[in-house]
Design a protein around this ligand. Structure first.
Ligand SMILES: *[C@@H]1O[C@H](CO)[C@@H](O)[C@H](O)[C@H]1NC(C)=O
Ligand SMILES: *[C@@H]1O[C@H](CO)[C@@H](O)[C@H](O)[C@H]1NC(C)=O
Ligand SMILES: *[C@@H]1O[C@H](CO)[C@@H](O)[C@H](O)[C@H]1NC(C)=O
Length: 221
């Protein structure tokens, strides 16, 4: 069967968009300011970021309260984490404690859909604790797709739909192509089998004729 060129094109487009569909977006920390420290001993605090089930990311520079620390996103400990499209993670900022269990600045459900602004920034603010700005330009389409008040929703929603239609088209094309191929194969097999059976019948007929035809003749001669 000849594969239509449009089908190959569809496959290529599908493969091009597949990574976007399944991969998670990387989150970097853009800036942070802590408003207090929890340690009562006169140590410098050790602040770290942690998502449940992942490793701690210690922020080595953050030592003073009421100082805004800004980052380039390329620091050795970046990126902070990754967020999948449709699943939030439980994350937080903590301070290591020398004696008791670690103190919590804040812990919250961190979602890719939080990034609704076009600059890809999300500010997480907790009163008297901290103000952290995260950066995730890849998350913005996710954020706007779930933002129902936004006028630009149609745009990314349209893209989502286009993608769904595209995938459906590819899947049904493959399915139909498979069906047609299977049917043609089955037809061919059936024809071959019929031919074989016919030939066999023919040969058997010959044999029978031989046995019955030649036998009596032998007797006569
Ligand atoms: C956590 O760190 C350990 C080693 O320090 C590493 O083997 C492991 O892959 C890390 N896990 C994640 C989720 O990054
Ligand atoms: C996402 O929506 C916000 C408004 O909620 C808008 O300001 C922004 O430009 C949109 N971003 C994109 C990439 O469409
Ligand atoms: C939090 O930090 C961001 C980025 O530095 C800043 O734009 C914003 O004004 C801060 N918010 C407060 C309440 O301090």
């Amino acid at each position: 069967m000849m594969v239509p060129r449009a089908f190959i094109l569809l496959c290529l487009i599908f493969l091009r968009y597949l990574p976007v569909l399944i991969s998670a977006a990387t989150i970097t920390l853009d800036s942070i300011e802590i408003y207090k420290t929890h340690e009562w001993l006169p140590y410098k605090p050790t602040v770290y970021f942690l998502c449940k089930g992942e490793n701690k990311t210690t922020l080595p520079d953050v030592k003073e309260k009421h100082v805004l620390y800004t980052f380039k996103g390329e620091e050795s400990w970046q990126p902070l984490t990754e967020l999948p499209d449709k699943k939030c993670k439980r994350c937080g900022f903590y301070e290591q404690d020398t004696i008791k269990s670690d103190d919590v600045f804040d812990e919250w459900e961190f979602c890719a859909s939080d990034f609704t602004k076009s600059d890809g920034k999300y500010i997480h603010l907790k009163d008297k604790e901290l103000n952290a700005t995260f950066l995730c330009p890849e998350c913005v389409p996710f954020g706007n797709a779930t933002d129902h008040s936004s006028t630009s929703k149609n745009n990314s929603d349209g893209m989502h739909w286009a993608l769904i239609v595209l995938i459906s088209a590819v899947v049904s094309t493959v399915f139909i192509a498979g069906l047609v191929t299977a049917f043609k194969y089955w037809q061919k097999r059936k024809r071959q089998q019929e031919q074989a059976r016919f030939l066999k019948l023919f040969e058997e007929g010959d044999d029978i004729e031989d046995e019955f035809g030649i036998g009596p003749l032998d007797g006569v001669v």
